[in-house]
Write a protein that binds this ligand. Structure first.
Ligand SMILES: [Zn+2]
Length: 81
């Protein structure tokens, strides 16, 4: 399984066939993992990927499963397992 590499940034287009776009509000996206890639932080498979270009973000509900964080120069990624 190919681990997501965030060393040179993160682009959804690099993983287009392995991620399904669930929600897109311009600078924030929620993606569902279809299989074949792994978490950039822990290397395990994951369920959802949240990506934002905003400098801050808030969540109204706590995640009900373990999660990892990763960042690039422009983006913050939250990966739920
Ligand atoms: Zn992880």
């Amino acid at each position: 399984m190919e681990r997501i590499d965030v060393t040179d940034g993160f682009s959804i287009h690099d993983h287009r066939r392995k991620l399904k776009l669930l929600k897109d509000s311009g600078d924030t996206r929620i993606l569902e993992h279809r299989g074949g890639i792994s978490c950039p932080a822990c290397g395990e498979t994951f369920d959802r990927l949240f990506v934002t270009e905003q400098s801050t973000t808030s969540f109204e509900t706590p995640p009900d499963r373990p999660f990892c964080l990763a960042r690039t120069d422009e983006k913050l990624l939250l990966i739920t397992h």
